[in-house]
Design a protein around this ligand. Structure first.
Ligand code: HEM
Ligand SMILES: *[C@@H]1O[C@H](CO)[C@@H](O)[C@H](O)[C@H]1NC(C)=O
Ligand SMILES: *[C@@H]1O[C@H](CO)[C@@H](O)[C@H](O)[C@H]1NC(C)=O
Ligand SMILES: *[C@@H]1O[C@H](CO)[C@@H](O)[C@H](O)[C@H]1NC(C)=O
Ligand SMILES: *[C@@H]1O[C@H](CO)[C@@H](O)[C@H](O)[C@H]1NC(C)=O
Length: 327
């Protein structure tokens, strides 16, 4: 009897410690910043009111943060070593000023309590919700990292020119599955892509003298006039031409109709690698079942948000998302 009480007490203490230290949880700021979610929601709402695309940009920031040194706000740091200058982010990642505005509003509400990494995670969820998607519970308690890892960003983030196998291995390197690749690629139901990232598909694809055969011919000619050879590579087009700025499952139906904009999108359905068999099936399932896509997207976002978080006394809670506190 006595020993079982001791066993219980030790177990409870152990669990409390684990909870306090290693893991993210939904109610992390419940007493230290009870109005956090309201403040972030209000600021994201304002940002999207000003520019609907910002929802896509904030969602992508969380992804690009998490894949490099974990979800630690490292993408937000300025400086010559910044991840902002790595190829996947240069002239591409956006929303930094909006994060500054949200951070200022949060600091005003609860000074020095909430990490930048958590603000990015909540903003991503609110962006999806305000764009027409379904909510998920964001786990919190991440601390901010002390370094921005430019080579990590250059090597770890997937490129639209990567093969499906390479993309799958980059996701696997951070603990995400092939299912997560397909599910999270559904984020491309909102946002824009620049000509430079898909114009290799338009004129002389792989030296064939013609457009990519897995690109619908009417979309190909539309994109050819938007992105002429030797034109401005920064011109953008919606990733989901059928419902711009609206978070739905049309992305998957686009792929089924050869209307994926990026090569890395279309390959989930049309690739010839053995791995495509499983991704193609999932594309078809999500294309006909938006409810399943929405719920799986939430689960995969929680999983992505859990990539190597700094917790406990690791890292810090940055005062200014652009610089570490000591500097
Ligand atoms: C599977 C591998 C992925 C590749 C190769 C990829 C690649 C890209 C590229 C090339 C762009 C356009 C960038 C530009 O025009 O400068 C883009 C945009 C975007 N990506 Fe991805 N992406 C991937 C996965 C993801 C994931 C996992 C998410 C989020 C969960 C995401 C969210 C977005 C969003 C929302 C945009 C539009 C951003 C905006 O309009 O500002 N992507 N992606
Ligand atoms: C939270 O916001 C409400 C108003 O929306 C305010 O009345 C309340 O004092 C705030 N709580 C804290 C702890 O700041
Ligand atoms: C940067 O990321 C790479 C993984 O690509 C990792 O091996 C390296 O330790 C990271 N560097 C720092 C300073 O965090
Ligand atoms: C297409 O690319 C191939 C190889 O890069 C080249 O030999 C060929 O001349 C190009 N064709 C056209 C029409 O530009
Ligand atoms: C996009 O614009 C930036 C400057 O805003 C320029 O440095 C860069 O070369 C452009 N990229 C492409 C692909 O045209």
């Amino acid at each position: 009897m006595k020993s079982s009480i001791w066993f219980l007490a030790v177990t409870v203490l152990f669990c409390l410690c684990l909870r306090g230290k290693g893991q993210l949880r939904a109610d992390y700021y419940a007493s230290s910043c009870p109005n956090l979610s309201k403040v972030v929601w209000r600021e994201v709402f304002k940002a999207l009111q000003n520019e609907m695309r910002m929802g896509a940009s904030l969602l992508r920031l969380h992804f690009h943060d998490c894949f490099v040194n974990g979800c630690d706000g490292s993408i937000l740091l300025d400086g010559s070593d910044s991840e902002k200058f790595a190829p996947p982010n240069l002239n591409s990642a956006r929303g930094f000023e909006v994060i500054d505005t949200i951070k200022a509003a949060v600091e005003n509400e609860c000074n020095g309590i909430v990490s930048c990494a958590d603000i990015v995670a909540i903003s991503a969820r609110d962006s999806v919700l305000l764009s027409g998607g379904r909510p998920w519970t964001v786990l919190l308690g991440r601390r901010d990292g002390l370094v921005s890892n430019q080579t990590g960003a250059a090597n770890g983030l997937p490129s639209p020119f990567d093969s499906l196998d390479v993309i799958i291995s980059k996701f696997a390197a951070v603990g995400l599955s092939t299912t997560d690749v397909v599910t999270l690629s559904g984020a491309h139901t909102i946002g824009r892509a620049r000509c430079a990232l898909f114009n290799n598909r338009l004129f002389n694809f792989s030296g064939t003298g013609a457009a990519d055969p897995t690109l619908d011919s009417s979309l190909a000619s539309q994109l050819q006039s938007l992105c002429p050879q030797n034109g401005d590579g920064n011109v953008t087009t919606p990733l989901d031409q059928s419902s711009i700025d609206f978070f739905d499952n049309h992305y998957f139906n686009n792929l089924i109709n050869n209307k994926g904009v990026l090569s890395s999108d279309q390959t989930l359905f049309s690739g010839d690698a053995a791995t495509t068999t499983s991704t193609r099936t999932l594309v078809q399932i999500y294309g006909s079942n938006s409810g399943l896509f929405f719920s799986q997207f939430g689960s995969s976002m929680v999983k992505m948000g859990n990539i190597s978080p700094l917790t406990g006394n690791a890292g810090e809670v940055r005062k200014n998302c652009r610089v570490v506190n000591s500097s």
